[in-house]
Design a protein around this ligand. Structure first.
Ligand code: GLN
Ligand code: ZN
Length: 760
């Protein structure tokens, strides 16, 4: 008896290649050591290997045109001629793409690259197109068509992927919403032209991504879908409209009724699949994103099959299977994790493994569960290995964290009482000066860390070199005249990894790289077990640093929310529960720091806003547990222990209440880029505690002058009462050189001294 074959497809695939092949090629090309042709050949090789993987797994419709050398949104902007005039040429070439992404120096002046922004709630960053109402839409499709041709030669069923016109416009800036919407018609015309070109290549299905349908969209944008999609209809081309990173919620009816031939939904975020199937006209395909496209964990096949069965009964061959979103957000291949222990390795599923999981599910659905019994058994056995591994569940940790949600997270005294006690302890001047934590990570520091990691130097030698660095950093700060010092973070390679390496429940991968932007990749740690602090993590360094100075030296920790969001997290516990475990570990660290005489402790939370869900209705529960986790970690701090936090590169307006609820004694933020406008959120809200607005941009190599800094501080003084105002740079200084850092901080301190003397 022959069984129906269920259509499988994927929305996109990692571009970086195995072992980050493309990254190395791109960076050599930019350095001028790899020709454009050699770069092209490398990319062709990466894509051919990907297609071989798709074929091996039997994916029915592999994606084409989702590849890009840098970013798919910047590439879309180039393809439709939407390039700001400062770049000069609008020609759709790879070199122009690199300029959009990286900027360039032309005749001695800098052309700024496009801004970068987080892609929805993922850790990928896209380049934000800048539109100009007067710039005509002009299709320049040669590079895209070449990609599609190449793919079709490898598999005639390849399905071109393209960013939808409304998502493209919605994510752009430069002109207001109405002006962006006014471009929809012309853009749809160009898309139609592109679809016609694809048709002549023999393409049938085209995937068009409109992830904005999972957001709370303003009505004007919702209303634009119907006319836009009518305009880009091409006879003979079938469109699969894809939505991901969330459920369609109130937009189901709209998405189901658009003039397209199929709809893809994120089944990880969608509760009721049947409800969507019921809305769909009976000529349309429903692609169910059943495999989590962002989870590194092997899927529970039995459970997924059970979810799919009623949908399949209803839709038959109109049901397609896919991962929830593009596999871009996953590392490439878990079989490269040869050093990982078996209990972990057996449960990792990266992009390549997801292809096979998808194919297995399709077979189980078409042929019956028995046909995949051995695969289900293997998945179950692997999972049992993980679930029963020592450390997966730590009864002690559970006992201490299960009730956190019900405990009062507040410190014993109110801010005013604490502030008085802290002032009695530290005697800080008005406008106290400080830095955010890190000092230049010099070549010597990196070399020492690496040598220690590779067992080339002893622990004692390593300690000696780090202590010498700390001593240097303290001396420099005293000489500059800063009021609250830091130890400089020389011992830290990365602000999450450093803590993960010392906490139980974390694992580190060899090849768990994911594209962050352009050629930059990140390798998040994996939280697989209960998080537990076996021993103090930072106390010795901090104690040593404090012993060198009579001024306060801030203890420096990464906060629970940031550790959580910059890791791959286990899937058997809620994020809230994992975050509380991290908070509990940090609480012990903070108590140990305080007991060691550290009077100021900074708990960095740069990822605090990143965790915000896409839909407003989900904000309150997230903010409630994120605030609780932070507060839990610092709750025991005595009144004269000053808790600092730091956040940067985020908007505060819509979360200012939650920031105030953190009740940190001092918050330092980045404000220079907005010319202190980000402070308005704090002043409008009458933020009650102390604030240190950043008064110079740490990304630029330029040294800020007194004349630049002073007006910024004066602006800040207009917005925030001077008794609660600190002065500091925007963020950590680890990417800068000493030659830049010293005069910059000297200028900062000089401004503080001048203004202080005027105030006194
Ligand atoms: N303390 C960290 C540093 O100074 C903070 C980094 C950050 O905000 N991302 O580097
Ligand atoms: Zn920062």
């Amino acid at each position: 008896m022959s069984h129906p074959k269920i259509t499988t497809h994927i929305l996109g695939y990692p571009r970086i290649g195995e072992r980050r092949t493309l990254k190395w090629a791109l960076e050599s090309h930019w350095r001028g050591t790899l020709s454009a042709q050699a770069l092209h050949d490398t990319a062709v090789g990466v894509r051919a290997k990907n297609f071989a993987e798709f074929a091996a797994a039997g994916i029915s419709l592999p994606p084409a045109g989702d590849f890009t050398y840098y970013d798919h949104i910047a590439d879309t902007a180039l393809m439709f001629g939407q390039v700001p005039s400062r770049f000069g040429s609008t020609a759709n070439t790879a070199e122009n793409l690199f300029v959009l992404g990286r900027g360039k120096n032309r005749d001695g002046h800098n052309i700024a690259p496009l801004a970068m922004k987080k892609w929805f709630n993922s850790n990928y960053h896209y380049m934000v197109p800048e539109l100009d109402a007067a710039q005509p839409v002009k299709l320049d499709s040669a590079r895209y068509i070449a990609l599609v041709r190449e793919a079709l030669a490898l598999n005639p069923a390849a399905k071109p992927v393209i960013v939808g016109p409304l998502t493209f416009l919605y994510l752009s800036r430069g002109i207001d919403e109405a002006a962006r919407l006014a471009k929809a018609d012309a853009l749809a015309g160009a898309y139609q032209q592109l679809l016609n070109e694809l048709k002549t290549l023999g393409v049938t299905w085209v995937q068009i991504d409109e992830p904005i349908l999972t957001l709370d969209l303003p009505t004007a944008w919702l209303a634009a879908f119907e006319p836009t999609y009518h305009k880009l209809k091409v006879a003979g081309i079938k469109l699969l409209l894809t939505t991901y990173f969330g459920d369609l919620n109130g937009n189901v009816a709209l998405a189901a009724s658009l003039p397209v031939d199929g709809l893809h939904i994120d089944a990880i975020a969608t509760q009721d699949l049947i409800a969507v199937a019921d809305r769909l006209p009976d000529y349309k395909v429903l692609s169910v994103g059943i495999i989590d496209g962002r989870s590194i964990w092997r899927a529970n096949l039995a459970e997924k099959l059970e979810r799919l069965q009623p949908v399949y009964a209803r839709l038959k061959d109109r049901l397609w299977l896919a991962p929830s979103c593009s596999l871009l957000h996953l590392p490439v291949d878990a079989t490269l994790e040869t050093h990982a222990p078996e209990f972990l390795r057996a449960n990792l599923s990266y992009a390549r493994q997801k292809l096979h999981e998808l194919a297995i599910l399709a077979r189980g659905l078409g042929e019956g569960e028995a046909a995949i019994a051995s695969e289900i058994a293997a998945a179950t056995a692997a999972r049992a290995l993980l679930d029963t591994h020592a450390g997966r569940v730590n009864a002690d940790v559970r006992g201490r964290t299960d009730t956190i949600a019900h405990q009062s997270p507040d410190r014993a005294e109110a801010f005013a009482v604490r502030a008085a006690a802290q002032q009695a302890r530290f005697h800080l001047p008005l406008l106290p000066t400080t830095t955010i934590g890190s000092f230049p990570q010099t070549h010597e520091i990196r070399a020492a860390r690496k040598a220690f990691k590779n067992n080339e130097i002893s622990a004692a030698e390593y300690e000696t070199s780090m202590k010498a660095e700390i001593k240097h950093v303290i001396e420099v700060q005293e000489k500059i005249g800063l009021d609250a010092l830091v130890h400089g973070e020389a011992e830290r390679n990365d602000m999450v990894e450093y803590f993960g390496e010392q906490l139980d429940g974390f694992a580190f991968t060899q090849e768990g790289w994911v594209q962050s932007y352009g050629s930059r990749c990140v390798k998040p740690p994996i939280i697989w077990g209960d998080v537990h602090r076996a021993k103090p993590m930072t106390v010795e360094w901090s104690r040593y640093a404090q012993s060198l100075s009579s001024r306060p030296v801030k203890g420096m920790l990464t906060g629970p929310v940031t550790i959580l969001f910059w890791s791959f997290v286990r899937d058997d516990l809620s994020r809230e529960a994992v975050c509380y475990q991290i908070a509990e570990a940090l609480r012990h660290e903070i108590n140990d720091l305080a007991a060691a005489g550290i009077g100021m402790i900074q708990v960095d939370e740069p990822a605090f806003r990143e965790g915000l869900p896409l839909r407003k209705k989900d904000w309150a529960p997230y903010l409630a547990w994120a605030v609780r986790a932070f507060k839990h970690s610092v709750k025991d701090a005595a009144r004269d222990v000053q808790i600092h936090t730091h956040m940067c590169y985020s908007e505060f307006n819509d979360i200012i209440e939650a920031i105030a609820a953190l009740d940190a004694d001092v918050i330092t933020i980045e404000t220079t880029r907005s010319n202190m406008q980000l402070l308005d959120a704090f002043s409008d809200f009458a933020y009650p505690n102390a604030i240190g607005p950043g008064i110079y941009d740490i990304h630029a190599p330029q040294i800020p002058t007194v004349d630049e800094i002073e007006p910024r501080v004066r602006l800040a003084m207009e917005k925030i009462p001077v008794e609660r105002l600190w002065i500091n740079p925007d963020c950590g200084l680890k990417t800068r050189t000493w030659a830049e850092v010293i005069p910059s901080l000297e200028a900062m301190v000089a401004v503080a001294r001048t203004l202080r003397s005027k105030l006194n």
